[in-house]
Design a protein around this ligand. Structure first.
Ligand SMILES: [Zn+2]
Length: 64
């Protein structure tokens, strides 16, 4: 139950587009660091120090 509350707490930050990368899931895609969000599990991209934003779908398709 406590882990569920923690998950909800994290997604509050996600709702404000403040994501946090999952530890060990960060990788370099040739442009930026990308990772899965620890809170919401979405693909996120690093825009600067401690600035992780959700990766737009268009960008993900271009990267492929
Ligand atoms: Zn998130």
């Amino acid at each position: 139950m406590s882990s569920f509350s923690r998950q909800s707490f994290r997604s509050i930050f996600c709702a404000f587009n403040r994501h946090e990368p999952r530890r060990g899931a960060v990788r370099w895609d040739g442009v930026n660091y990308v990772a899965a969000c620890n809170g919401c599990g979405k693909d996120i991209r690093r825009h600067g120090p401690k600035q992780w934003r959700e990766d737009p779908a268009e960008t993900a398709q271009l990267a492929d």
